[in-house]
Design a protein around this ligand. Structure first.
Ligand code: HEC
Length: 181
């Protein structure tokens, strides 16, 4: 009697048939899990066609080199920037906000006393700098024509109707310098 008692408490497996089932399940369950997992990994994630992270572009963007070198030829002809570009990248720092008391783009009253000088004198003034206004807006690589163009772009939104200087840099430069002397 007592033997039966012990058996009952020591294991839920009571017959050889149950034992065989348990052994079989202990093989089949892990194998089944592995099969399911491997299917999930191969079909669900890796080759998922609709996955936006796995398009050719996305993968190429992720594995592209970290650094990019841009080779520029210092002897290449300089591409002149438009007045708009220059104002947006250089002059705007002060002239769109009115920082340091710079005449603000669009503020006709602020520009009026400057505009009276005429484009040529304004250009000379911007090239040399005046009071808080740094020479060439602080970008010494800007050409005279580019400065003039930037002024035209700003001034024409502020009550002036200047004509934009011609695109050719060299003659315009010589002109401006010749007249300044
Ligand atoms: C660091 C701020 C700053 C930047 C950048 C700047 N300006 Fe100015 N600018 C000023 C200030 C301040 C004045 C007012 C100067 C004064 O009359 O006291 C001024 C005045 C001027 C005037 C009137 C000059 C005169 O004699 O009446 C022109 C023209 C001008 N700027 C053009 C430009 C152009 C073109 C650029 C970009 C290439 C530029 N500025 C970038 C601050 C700046």
């Amino acid at each position: 009697m007592s033997e039966v008692h012990i058996e009952e408490h020591s294991s839920p497996i009571k017959t050889p048939k149950q034992l065989i089932i348990v052994i079989l399940l202990s093989f089949l369950v892990p194998i089944g899990l592995i099969v399911m997992l491997s299917q999930l990994l191969t079909t669900g994630i890796n080759t998922g066609k609709g996955n936006p992270a796995l398009t050719d572009e996305a993968v190429a963007a992720r594995i592209k080199p970290v650094g990019q070198v841009e080779v520029t030829d210092p002897n290449a002809p300089k591409v002149e920037k438009s007045g708009k570009e220059i104002v947006e990248t250089v002059c705007g720092a002060c002239h769109t906000t009115g920082a340091l008391n710079a005449p603000k783009i669009g503020d006709k009253a602020a520009w009026a006393p400057h505009l009276g000088m005429g484009l040529e004198k304004l250009t000379q003034s911007a090239i040399k700098g005046v009071r808080q206004m740094p020479a060439r807006g602080g970008s010494p690589d800007l050409g005279d024509t580019e400065i003039a163009r930037a002024i035209v772009y700003m001034a024409n939104q502020s009550g002036a109707s200047f004509k934009e200087p011609a695109a050719k840099a060299a003659p315009a430069k010589a002109d401006a310098k010749g007249k300044a002397k």
